[in-house]
Design a protein around this ligand. Structure first.
Ligand code: G6P
Length: 362
């Protein structure tokens, strides 16, 4: 069944491997071959008439939100803000005239997010919860719900829920854009692109041996590590660093590549691992420049690049996919890097210290 590990040593590895199937499942659940999106008309109407979408989330879900912002703004032309639940609840920013609230929560039970939803409901603003758990508190209490269809996620470190959230946000963004008659949304062939993502994920997943070797070469005995990127590659860097630190206990940070020189570069020493993510055509060469800067200060750099932007010296090459969806693919090697770094250190991958799968206290 879905909640058995079978021959897998850890749930996390099983859940990483399930991601191609989850992409296909989401495609089947929400999209027709003709490109129609099966999403509640009332939801689309209410959302597309709002002047701003506020995404409220914690942890990995908030990182998925950043990627979603880019997709929604591109396809639907509605401004999106991302807020951490624990901040928003007590420090509510000035809201737009017609706000719409989007709660992203794998479990649907996170207390920090719920306290925001309670306040939003008191203010009678419309809301949507995107969650993996039907009937969860956040799904019951929001105006609308969409399901992730990722299947149960058991490992504390979230993997397939992150990619499912981005895929469902892409469906929603396309549906909103079509609702608003936007050509860019109509022409975005999401059935095709998600299919391509699924097969490309499979090819990355088949590189486990290489990834394990890179972990041994770059992360053995390190105290800290940095992920850098720009644009969507920055958003994935934040998630990649969270994955690495939460299970391997390597102190890891994800940085906007250009921001490194404004302080954090002081931490670069001989042998510090810096992992660059390069899938964005516009900023890729700038990130390469930043990698050069840290290399000249002794950093060991490892590059994860999409094929079209790759150089022969890059360590991990990803198949080309639609630029709006590149996070769905580039995150996969970083999940596996976290997994193997943790195995190498001898820690329990599925049950990191001090962490819970869902946090029901504020
Ligand atoms: C916990 C989990 C994280 C998760 C966060 C938000 O801290 O350990 O993996 O990202 O909660 O959870 P949610 O269920 O709201 O997405």
């Amino acid at each position: 069944s879905d909640i058995e590990k079978g021959t897998y040593p850890y749930y996390m590895l099983k859940e990483v491997d399930e991601q191609p199937a989850v992409m296909r499942k989401i495609s089947q659940a929400y999209l027709s071959q003709q490109g129609d999106c099966q999403i509640d008309e009332a939801l689309l109407k209410e959302m597309s008439s709002s002047d701003r979408i506020y995404i409220i989330a914690c942890g990995t879900s908030s990182h998925a939100g950043w990627v979603g912002k880019k997709i929604i703004e591109t396809l639907a032309n509605i401004p999106v803000e991302i807020h951490l639940s624990s901040e928003f609840g007590y420090n509510m920013p000035l809201l737009s005239e017609k706000p719409f609230f989007l709660f992203l929560s794998q479990s649907g039970e996170t207390a920090d997010s719920r306290q925001v939803l309670v306040k939003i409901n008191e203010l009678t603003y419309p809301s949507l919860t995107i969650t993996n758990v039907a009937g969860s508190t956040l799904s019951r209490e929001a105006t609308y719900t969409l399901l992730l269809h990722a299947g149960p996620e058991i490992a504390v470190a979230s993997t397939k829920a992150y990619t499912a959230q981005i895929a469902v946000l892409a469906v929603l963004a396309k549906a909103l854009g079509q609702q608003k008659n936007r050509l860019v949304a109509k022409e975005f062939n999401l059935v095709h692109e998600l299919g391509l993502i699924a097969t490309s994920m499979e090819s990355v997943i088949s590189e486990k041996e290489l990834i394990q070797q890179l972990v041994t070469a770059y992360l053995t005995d390190t105290r800290n590590a940095f992920y850098i990127g720009r644009g969507v590659d920055y958003y994935v860097s934040m998630e990649a660093a969270l994955k690495l630190k939460e299970i391997s206990y390597i102190q890891a940070e994800g940085f906007a590549a250009g921001e490194l020189k404004h302080g954090t570069i002081a931490l670069i020493e001989e042998g510090t691992p810096v992992l660059g993510i390069i899938t964005d055509e516009i900023t890729g060469s700038h990130t390469r420049g930043n990698l050069k800067e840290v290399e000249s200060r002794g950093a060991h750099t490892l590059v994860i690049a999409s094929e079209g932007l790759a150089r022969p010296t890059d360590q991990l090459i990803l198949p080309n996919v639609h630029p709006l969806l590149s996070a769905l693919l580039s995150v996969v090697p970083t999940q596996l890097i976290a997994y193997y770094a943790t195995l190498q250190r001898g820690y329990d991958v599925d049950k990191p210290r001090n962490l819970a799968k869902s946090v029901t206290v504020e």
